[in-house]
Design a protein around this ligand. Structure first.
Ligand code: TRP
Length: 81
C-alpha cells in the first residue's frame, strides 16, 4: 500500500475544512495516552484548510460554522441557523 509523508504507521488521512464565519477554529488534539490541544488554526469566512492527521495529531475539533470534508463524507459543523 502506498503511504504518504509523515506516515509512521498511522494512516495520515487528509481532511478539508471550509469556514462559514470569521474566527472558525480547527484545533489539533495530541495522539497518544494524553489528549491535549497542541495547535489551533483560525480561519475566516470562505477560507479553506487542507490538512492531514499525523503522528502528532489523532483528532481534530472544529469550533464554529464550517463544512468538514473527509473520505467518510461531508458534515456541517456549528449551529445551522
Ligand atoms: N489522544 C487521543 C488518542 O490518540 C486523542 C483521541 C483520538 C480522542 N480519538 C479520540 C479523544 C476520541 C477523545 C475521543 O487516542
Amino acid at each position: 500500500m502506498m503511504t504518504t509523508t509523515k506516515d509512521n504507521g498511522q494512516n495520515c488521512e487528509y481532511f478539508v475544512v471550509k469556514a462559514h464565519d470569521n474566527g472558525v477554529q480547527v484545533i489539533g488534539l495530541t495522539r497518544g495516552q494524553d489528549t491535549r490541544f497542541h495547535h489551533a488554526e483560525k480561519l475566516d469566512r470562505g477560507e479553506v484548510l487542507i490538512a492531514q492527521f499525523t503522528e502528532h495529531t489523532s483528532a481534530v475539533k472544529i469550533r464554529g460554522r464550517a463544512t468538514v470534508m473527509t473520505k467518510y463524507g461531508v458534515i456541517e459543523a456549528g449551529d445551522q441557523e
